[in-house]
Each structure stands twice: as C-alpha cells, then as structure tokens.
Design a protein around this ligand. Structure first.
Ligand code: SF4
Ligand code: SF4
Length: 309
C-alpha cells in the first residue's frame, strides 16, 4: 500500500518542491471559467485548447480508474538578471535552462516506477503542460497554491516560478486542503501588463499577450502591438516579475538543468537575424526556445527591431 508520506518522500528525492493530493472529481467550476475564456476567443490561434473538452472536465475520461490526482511543483527560479541592453531580446525565465518537459518527463517516469516498487498495484498517468488536463486547476485543488490574477499558480513559499506536473492515479490518498486566494486588493500584475492582456482578474486574452505572440502565434504579430513588447523575444514575465509573492519569496532552484542558464536569458537581436538553421538547431537543441523554430524567433526579433525604430 502506498500512502501520502511515501509519495511525498519519493517526490522530494526526485527534486519536486511542492506535492499535493486532490480527489479526482469533475472540475465543474474550473470548466465554466475555461469555457467562458474560449467563448470570448481568448485562446486566439491555440486551437488545441478547444479540443478534448470532456477530458479536461473529467479525468475519468482519460483514465477510468482515476481516484486521485497527485500534483507536483518544481521550482525553476535562478537569480540571474537581464543586462538591460536594448539591442538584446529577453527570454522568459522558464526557458533559460533545459526544456522542462525533458527534465520532468524523465523524473515522472522514474517516480512512477518507484511508486510501483512500493506497491505494484499503483497505476499513474502523468502530464506536464501537454495533454488534455487542466494542470493549474489540479494544482489549486491539491493545495499547491492559488491562481493569481495573472492566472499563474502562486505558492506561499516559492512564489510562481515553478513548473506543474500532475499524475492521475488509481489510488486514494488523504486530500490536501486548498489554499485561499492571497491576491487581496493587489493589482500589480494587471497594472504592469503593457498590452492590457489581463482583461479582468484571472482572465488573459491571448490575442493581446506577448507570451502568446512570441511563442504560440504562427502568424504575423498584430501591428497594433508594435512598440509594446518591452524587448521580449520569447515569452514575457512582466506580470510575474512584479508580483509581491515572487519579489519576497522566490528561492533558487536545486535542479542543475535550470541553474546553468545564464547564457540563454537574452540574445542580440542582430545575431538572431543572422542565425542559420544549423546554428539555431545546435544552440537550442535541448531548449524550449526551439518551439518557435528559427522562423518564429526571427519574426520576433524583426518585430522588436522595427518597434525600436
Ligand atoms: S505575460 Fe506579459 S503580456 Fe501576457 S499577461 Fe503577463 S504581462 Fe501581459
Ligand atoms: S501581482 Fe498581485 S494580483 Fe497579481 S498575482 Fe501577484 S499578488 Fe495577485
């Protein structure tokens, strides 16, 4: 038999900083928020966000023996700072190190093997950011943190610089207590967003979000956003940078794959425009930045160069 203590102990051995347990119930409230977001067209070009709605609402549609969701958080914060050089494009903090999918998939695979060694009846299906699962909702339900007005999850000990992974399992656990929303009257993230993409608390319009446009958007960046990107070439962290929970509580990661990251926090826009496919492939072989492909990164660099003139 595997219990909460076993899961917490083994997960910590693999470097997970936050561990919580939620009952595998239907996500009615969270699903309503998600469908309202879709109805407004805030998913923009992310058509995959419209798919698998019944699975998002009910994890039993993914795994019929689901009893619980184990939610895990992995801190990726490092204290490196941007140079402030206006001829460089800034990379979002989460993408400075090795691709987190590669790091976390490997850990989850080993973690589930360990759980099976403790109890061979343990079954688990894991997700990191991909797949039809409402990862943030499970993180909240499992008591990892609350959803901030910028829509990211905030933990009282770490702030919001962490990756979320979830394991749907056939085992029952003692379930974690949900954390209340500690945003209070703060509106720092809403006020800091240069494109006014946080339409209302907890609701982001991707059509306006720098992070969406520099990573997910496959088309041209809308001309009306010119001059507003504050030199972000891949992602945008402004709403998290100003959050008092990050300013006060961020702590350095213990994961080496995220520590050795200083050389990927910004790039010369001119150099990006000159990169060849071979150079791009070699520079970003294990990096989340390869998601934009060279074409996307050059589009972003060109947009910033035009914006700065
Ligand atoms: S990521 Fe940037 S553009 Fe998007 S909501 Fe946050 S501050 Fe605004
Ligand atoms: S900046 Fe303020 S309102 Fe925004 S997520 Fe942080 S605490 Fe909440």
């Amino acid at each position: 038999m595997i219990n909460n203590e076993d899961v917490i102990r083994v997960s910590k051995e693999y470097g997970f900083d936050m561990i919580g347990f939620a009952k595998a119930e239907i996500l009615n409230r969270e699903f309503d928020h998600y469908t309202a977001w879709l109805k407004n067209g805030y998913q923009s070009g992310m058509k995959y966000m419209e798919k698998n709605q019944s699975k998002r609402k009910d994890v039993n549609e993914i795994f019929s023996r689901a009893k619980s969701v184990i939610s895990l958080g992995l801190n990726y914060y490092t204290p490196h700072k941007y140079s402030g050089n206006k001829s460089n494009g800034k990379i979002s903090r989460y993408a400075w190190g090795k691709d987190y999918h590669l790091v976390i998939w490997d850990k989850l695979f080993q973690l589930i093997q360990k759980f099976k060694e403790i109890d061979n009846k343990f079954e688990g299906i894991s997700y990191v950011d991909t797949g039809p699962i409402m990862d943030k909702a499970w993180s909240v339900r499992a008591g990892i943190g609350w959803q901030g007005k910028h829509a990211n999850i905030i933990n009282k000990e770490y702030g919001s610089w962490f990756f979320i992974a979830n394991i749907i399992t056939n085992y029952e656990f003692e379930y974690s207590k949900q954390i209340e929303d500690f945003c209070g009257t703060c509106t720092a993230c809403i006020d800091a967003c240069p494109t006014r993409a946080i339409i209302e608390p907890y609701m982001i319009d991707s059509n306006k979000c720098i992070s969406y446009h520099t990573i997910e958007n496959k088309e041209e960046i809308p001309i009306e956003l010119k001059g507003q990107f504050q030199n972000w070439i891949f992602g945008c962290d402004l709403c998290q940078d100003v959050c008092p929970w990050n300013i006060k509580f961020s702590q350095s990661t213990s994961i080496n794959d995220f520590c050795d990251a200083e050389d990927k926090k910004e790039f010369s826009l001119k150099k990006v425009m000159e990169l060849t496919e071979e150079e791009f492939a070699s520079l970003f072989a294990n990096s989340p930045i390869k998601r934009t492909k060279l074409k996307g990164l050059k589009r972003n660099a060109a947009f910033l160069i035009e914006s700065n003139h």
